[in-house]
Design a protein around this ligand. Structure first.
Ligand SMILES: [Zn+2]
Ligand SMILES: [Zn+2]
Length: 427
């Protein structure tokens, strides 16, 4: 079928607007809108037949939707009024009726189902253009700040605000707080049970009153007006361990933020002021999602200071010899007894890069141990009933256990946590 024949057949299918006509020829004539394409055909046929051009159509294909782009744009701008964004993307949820109509048109004309383009694609583009012109914001196909959803059936606009990801490092200055929010074990986070308020958590729904995550996200949510968060750490320390030294890398993901432009220095100051004495953060920048998998997957070695209690006094020289043996050794560790109920029972081999320390007089000692990712320090000291080999207790021939454990550095085994390409905006 030649082009003229095709256009003529479409026009003969009852009242069809210029946009719906032009859509079929969307891949012909660059720089034209579909309406201009349809308009051109109708002009040609009117001249051919010496008729008046009728552009007041009650289009049975789009039911007038192709003439409502301005309305949609206005609705979207109104809906997004309270939300701060620089980049956006449009998505259209077409009504099943209109989708059916445009298929029917192709069917009755006898052209392939994928001829030209569909109203959905045109709406995404044209409404997007109008929004851009009216607001000065930019279209972005990848990682936009917001996705504007046009729902044709309900004639409503929904703004999906994409999360904002902030990368930084935290120090945990006190023991006893977990890295992330833990739901209460008794009530599973609801804060309630059959008898009313959960006694274990007193209705908070949390196992621990505070967490590193909450000490960070409460301040950020206040400023960015987000409604929740997810926390991604480069590993985690035990609840009863401090995290000191250079801190631990993390990405906090703030969901549904109404504000995005906040100064990270102001955020950082606010967090550090609110959480003073508990945690301390240094924010590096706004990052893309690749940073999350990067910091989670990167192998990192850790250095700990370890407070050890022996069952009997251990001579300084014996302690030094034992640490000398541990330094550089590959330790075989079965999954520790304390975590075997929630992790697979297997044997892993982890390297002790360095082991130093001194007796603190009496039965106490302070060690500094640098180990490969995943090395269990408490078990390296106690032996965990023979499940870790070799171990300090066995080497000094005196029972030993860890009293205090602090992480003083988290260092990537290879490469670096900081990847400039993943940083969208630096502090
Ligand atoms: Zn139409
Ligand atoms: Zn509870």
């Amino acid at each position: 079928m030649d082009l003229f024949e095709e256009a003529r057949r479409i026009i003969n299918q009852g009242e069809i607007c210029d946009s719906c006509l032009g859509q079929i020829f969307a891949d012909r004539g660059h720089g034209l809108t579909n309406r201009e394409r349809g308009n051109a055909w109708r002009t040609i046929f009117a001249m051919e037949n010496g008729e008046m051009v009728d552009r007041e159509m009650d289009c049975w294909v789009c039911l007038g939707e192709a003439y409502r782009f301005d309305e949609w744009a206005e609705l979207a701008i109104e809906e997004a009024e309270e939300i701060e964004f620089e980049t956006y993307k449009i998505g259209t949820r077409m009504s099943p009726l209109l989708e059916e109509n445009s298929k029917l048109l192709r069917e009755v004309v006898g052209i392939p189902m994928d001829s030209g383009e569909f109203l959905k694609t045109e709406m995404n583009r044209e409404v997007g253009k109008i929004i851009g012109d009216k607001t000065g914001k930019n279209f972005a196909a990848e990682n936009p700040d917001v996705t504007i959803l046009l729902d044709v059936s309900s004639r409503a606009v929904e703004i999906q605000v994409n999360p904002i990801l902030i990368y930084g490092r935290y120090k945990k200055l006190i023991r006893g707080i977990p890295q992330t929010r833990w739901p209460c074990r008794r009530c599973k986070g609801s804060g309630r049970n059959a008898e009313g308020v959960c006694e274990r958590c007193k209705g908070s729904g949390k196992q621990y009153e505070e967490s590193v995550q909450e000490l960070i996200d409460v301040s950020i949510n206040e400023i960015l007006e987000g409604n929740s968060s997810a926390f991604h750490g480069a590993g985690r320390e035990d609840i009863d361990a401090k995290m000191l030294g250079t801190g631990r890398p993390f990405v906090v993901e703030i969901k549904n933020p109404k504000k995005r432009s906040a100064d990270l220095q102001i955020l950082e100051n606010r967090i550090n002021k609110m959480a003073v004495g508990k945690i301390e953060v240094e924010l590096e920048g706004i990052v893309n999602r690749k940073m999350v998998s990067h910091i989670k997957e990167l192998s990192a070695s850790k250095t700990y200071t370890v407070g050890v209690k022996f069952e009997e006094v251990v001579e300084e020289e014996i302690l030094r010899d034992a640490l000398g043996i541990l330094e550089g050794v590959e330790v075989e560790q079965e999954t520790p007894t304390r975590v075997v109920h929630r992790r697979a029972d297997k044997t892993r081999v982890r390297k002790v890069y360095s082991a130093k320390g001194k007796s603190m007089g009496g039965t106490g000692a302070e060690l500094e141990i640098h180990g490969e990712k995943g090395l269990y320090i408490k078990e390296l000291v106690s032996g965990d009933g023979g499940r870790t080999k070799p171990n300090l207790a066995e080497l000094v021939k005196v029972g030993a256990m860890v009293e205090t454990l602090d992480v003083i550095s988290v260092v990537a085994e290879e490469g670096s946590f900081d990847v400039p390409e993943y940083i969208i905006r630096k502090k």
